[in-house]
Design a protein around this ligand. Structure first.
Ligand SMILES: [Zn+2]
Length: 474
């Protein structure tokens, strides 16, 4: 019987990106020249290379990775040859398990975070760095291999008890699952567990014209130009934060989402794109540029770096504009905050500007494929999801809603157009609340100047719908 061959090869990546297996180079002393392979008859250094053994097992060709260390690779080759020789002699060989040695959960997390830090964005790293140590606190002194479904569900429950929303809980569990999969632990949750983590998906929503008018009337210059750019470009938060003046083309009125690896930014799905801007927005940007000739970014923070607080800026503006819905609350720093008095209204998000951009273009008759391109969506399904809102508020939907109930109101309930009379006297506290308060707090917290004098603020403010701030006795 012929002894099975075990070949040692170096797997390299060629200049065109393809992987190939090459013979390793043997030095004059008979040892392997570390990470050198014979390519086109010549020795070449390939630091990215990995040694592999090639042999056949049960009639199939097997490639076994043995690492980057040349000495260790030779030892593995000899070991494999010895195993085959012993098997041919009828000796039963128990092969050592290839499973990684057990290590502490925190050590595994540490290593995983280092990898995430190298290969993923700073934002993704931040999310993992927040979630995983938290999870390790739940599974005290465990190895990744010992983690079970109970630990994960226990962790989810702990998050819920802290007052986190269903979506946040599901996202954090997904991060943990991602890490466990890397650590070699298969999917632990069964269908019942997964069902319990389901959350209600919110409908996609866009800003109405009235909301935008009210928002921009109360905005400082800086807020005005920033959020005009959000709505006018449909850019993602990171895209706006990393937008530099070089990305704005003042002659063809476009904004290009450029790859800027040197500034720590790459567009999603690795695709650059060009978005047309309205003449009004371009004119406003030109004027903003004249005021800030030395800035690199369009809307930098006070250190000249990409601004990371657009959301806080928007929520503060919405509160000041009196647009908060009054129904949201959040638990932050151990205390409950309501959107009546704090900038925590869930109705105001940066992504909603992107949907507004899509909705406005859709309502103006721009083809869906064009909107998809401007938004940088890989799949058209995502774009269609964005456009559902404009279908719901379209003229056709209005006709349907009115038509379906026309009979009921016209024939059976002739008292349509019902107007409810207030039960309060004109001097009651309700009518007092309807007066507009002087904008004591319109002084910008984000560093800009107030957009208009107090006088003109009043004139604008009276034009827009005013949200009442209910008092406790209502
Ligand atoms: Zn709210």
């Amino acid at each position: 019987m012929r002894t099975r061959n075990v070949n040692l090869l170096l797997r390299i990546r060629e200049t065109d990106g393809k992987r190939s297996y090459k013979c390793p180079v043997i030095a004059a002393n008979g040892k392997l020249k570390p990470l050198y392979a014979v390519v086109n008859g010549k020795p070449e250094h390939h630091p990215e290379g990995v040694y592999c053994l090639r042999y056949s097992k049960s009639g199939k060709r097997v490639w076994e990775e043995v690492g980057k260390d040349a000495g260790k690779a030779i030892t593995e080759k000899l070991k494999r040859e010895q195993i085959f020789r012993a098997q041919e002699l009828g000796i039963v060989v128990v092969e050592a398990s290839k499973e990684p040695s057990k290590r502490n959960l925190r050590d595994a997390i540490h290593e995983y975070l280092e990898r995430v830090g190298i290969s993923r964005s700073r934002k993704t790293y931040g999310e993992f760095a927040r979630v995983l140590p938290d999870f390790a606190d739940v599974c005290v002194n465990k190895c990744p291999q010992d983690v079970n479904s109970y630990d994960i569900m226990h962790y989810a429950n702990a998050l819920r008890q802290r007052g986190l929303a269903g979506r946040t809980v599901a996202n954090r569990v997904a991060r943990v699952t991602c890490f466990l999969r890397w650590a070699g632990v298969a999917d632990l949750l069964d269908d019942a567990d997964k069902r319990s983590l389901k959350y209600v998906k919110k409908t996609v929503d866009a800003y109405s014209v009235e909301e935008l008018v009210a928002l921009f009337a109360a905005a400082t210059d800086k807020e005005w130009i920033t959020f005009q750019f959000f709505v006018g470009s449909g850019g993602r938060e990171a895209e706006v934060a990393h937008a530099t003046w070089r990305d704005i083309n003042f002659s063809d009125h476009t904004f290009v989402v450029h790859d800027k690896p040197e500034r720590g930014f790459s567009p999603k799905d690795s695709a650059e794109r060009r978005i047309p801007l309205s003449d009004e927005l371009i004119a406003a940007l030109r004027s903003w540029r004249e005021l800030h000739p030395h800035d690199i970014y369009l809307f930098p923070n006070k250190f000249g770096q990409p601004n990371g607080h657009f959301l806080r800026m928007l929520k503060t503006l919405a509160l000041r504009a009196g647009l908060n819905c009054g129904e949201c609350f959040s638990v932050g720093k151990g205390r409950r905050q309501t959107c009546l008095t704090s900038p925590v209204c869930e109705q105001f998000t940066l992504h909603k500007f992107r949907r507004t951009f899509a909705t406005f273009h859709h309502e103006h008759g721009v083809p869906v494929t064009q909107i998809q391109e401007w938004l940088g969506h890989e799949n058209i399904e995502t774009t269609l999801l964005y456009l559902a809102i404009s279908d719901a508020r379209s003229e056709k939907s209005r006709r349907w809603a009115n038509g379906s109930f026309k009979d009921l109101f016209a024939r059976h309930l002739p008292s349509a157009n019902k107007v409810f009379a207030p039960k309060y006297s004109p001097n009651s506290h309700l009518s007092k609340q309807m007066s507009i308060k002087p904008p004591e707090d319109i002084n910008d917290q984000s560093g800009g100047n107030t957009r208009q004098s107090r006088q003109s603020y009043y004139s604008k403010a009276t034009l827009r719908p005013v949200r009442l701030t209910p008092t406790n006795d209502l």
